[in-house]
Ligand binder design. Structure first.
Ligand code: NAD
Length: 459
């Protein structure tokens, strides 16, 4: 049994039975049987059932947000916003998918006709992280189902109740048996899922877990996607609008208590405006209130995992021991709940773990740079490659700098932003493959090449 603890109160709120190995194998068999029928189901019908899911999620919006908030500590307002964002994404997928399903004739050279056809992958496995279960969930499940795949889905053990609720919503939406199955449990349940003869696999989580899974999948050559961690950097140029940049970056660093894959985790600031930026950044951070996640005024809820506080403590201690300056002190709060006040460190260097390892919490390092060249060099000096942000300059200079940054996403005068129209993809330890955009829909289909030659008629 998994004990579900509310991170704000440290009270046990539920116990959830984990799927056994036999149940995972049985779910796979059911999915395998359902796969050809679902693939042959007309798109309009698949879209109707996905539309049902969307409608029921919208109707249960309040309960879903409360459940999410109670099991992972996300402020209720942010949980509601996440679900609203997921609903909008579902609409986007419903609008976009039909045009991508059909094959195309790419060349006609009589008597030859060359065509590309697209088919569903088949049985798709998906294992997901806890920080945005609705958003990262729909990024996979909606295009997978709309393009004719069946799914086995395991939510993170830190959002088991949400994972179970998502499974129930799909059942209520009328999907045929075996088309979507939610599995419950920790990493060993995920490992049992990965052992099945999947036709495709999509993962969101840490580099460490993603790497283990990638190693076990490698010899199977199945289409897969890995959305992993980040150590996202921002660069504030000397001509940036400092107050706006600081407000934007404080939100980009600390939204969801910094527990976002694309949270800003390192800030490089041009020497000319370094101290001025720090003053603005600290003042913006002080405006963000920590408290009860159910209170509409709360910005910082608790961290989802108690163990992450030790990771953050260690990064802060390492930086301070190497000469960083604490410009906003915070850390663990006393009393119940896994709360952590934001910590802002200045004068950090590339040797400090806070500038190298994913923090995934409300701590940040700020470092002075001499200009564009040093900023570009430091931003790229990381094992990760998810997003980078540039503040200031003009569009031309931003494009020039952006071209030299090795991340899947580039922002100018903004950060921590995801659009369904654009591919979401990591480089290096941030993963491989794309969700969202046309690429993130096509990822769930395999192409088939057709060479059609009109034969001369028999006499
Ligand atoms: P995690 O790697 O600990 O767990 C992710 C999922 O993998 C969970 O469901 C877990 O049970 C499962 N798992 C772990 N080990 C496994 C194994 N050996 N075999 C099969 N399944 C296994 O990550 P997390 O703590 O849930 O999520 C936080 C991480 O996810 C951060 O690194 C964050 O940056 C990343 N993330 C990335 C994106 C993105 O889009 N790039 C989005 C959200 C989160």
């Amino acid at each position: 049994m998994l004990k579900i603890i509310n991170p704000a109160t440290e009270q046990e709120i539920a116990q959830v039975r984990q799927s056994s190995r036999d149940e995972v194998a049985a779910a796979y068999q059911e999915a395998r049987q359902a796969a050809p029928l679902w693939a042959a189901t007309p798109y309009q019908e698949r879209a109707r059932l996905v539309g049902n899911f969307r409608r029921i999620l919208a109707e249960t919006h309040n309960k879903a947000a409360l459940t999410l908030s109670s099991e992972m500590g996300k402020p209720l307002v942010q949980a509601e916003r996440e679900i609203q964002g997921a609903l909008e994404r579902i609409d986007w997928f419903l609008g976009e998918t039909p045009r991508l399903l059909h094959g195309e004739t790419v060349r006609v050279i009589p008597p030859m006709l060359e065509e590309i056809h697209y088919e569903p992958l088949g049985v798709v496995g998906s294992i997901s992280a806890w920080n945005y279960p609705y958003l990262i969930g729909v990024n996979v499940m909606i295009p997978a189902l709309l393009t004719g795949n069946v799914m086995l889905y395991k939510a993170s053990e830190f959002v088991c109740l949400t994972g179970g609720l998502i499974g129930e919503l799909w059942q209520e939406s009328g999907l045929p048996r075996g088309v979507f199955t939610a599995l419950n449990g920790a990493a060993h349940v995920g490992a049992a899922l990965v052992e099945q003869e999947l036709d495709g696999f999509f993962f969101t989580g840490s580099y460490q877990s993603g790497r283990k899974i990638a190693e076990s999948l490698a010899a199977r050559f199945i289409p897969s996607g890995f959305e992993l961690g980040g150590k996202d950097a921002a660069y504030v140029r000397a001509d940036a609008a400092l107050a706006q940049a600081a407000a934007s970056l404080a939100d980009g660093a600390f939204y969801n208590a910094g527990q976002s894959c694309c949270a800003v985790e390192r800030i490089y600031v041009a020497a000319e405006v370094y101290e001025g930026f720090i003053t603005h950044f600290v003042s913006e951070t002080k405006k963000l209130t920590l408290g009860d996640p159910l209170d509409p005024g709360t910005y910082f809820g608790p961290l989802s995992r108690e163990s992450q506080r030790a990771v953050l403590d260690a990064q802060v201690a390492d930086a301070l021991s190497k000469g960083a300056r604490q410009v906003l002190s915070g850390g663990r709060t006393t009393g119940r709940g896994y709360f952590y006040q934001p910590v802002v460190l200045a004068d950090t260097t590339a040797t400090m773990s806070i500038m190298r390892e994913e923090s995934f919490g409300p701590v940040i390092g700020i470092q002075k740079v001499s200009g564009d060249e040093e900023a570009i060099c430091l931003m790229n000096d990381t094992a990760y490659g998810l997003t980078s942000a540039i503040y200031g300059g003009n569009e031309e200079s931003a494009r020039k700098i952006g071209k030299r940054l090795n991340t899947g996403t580039i922002y100018w005068n903004c950060c921590d932003r995801v659009s369904p129209y654009l591919p979401w993809s990591g480089r290096k330890h941030s993963g491989v493959g794309s969700t969202l955009s046309a690429l993130g829909i096509k990822a769930f289909m395999r192409p088939q090449a057709w060479h059609l030659k009109t034969a001369p008629r028999a006499e």
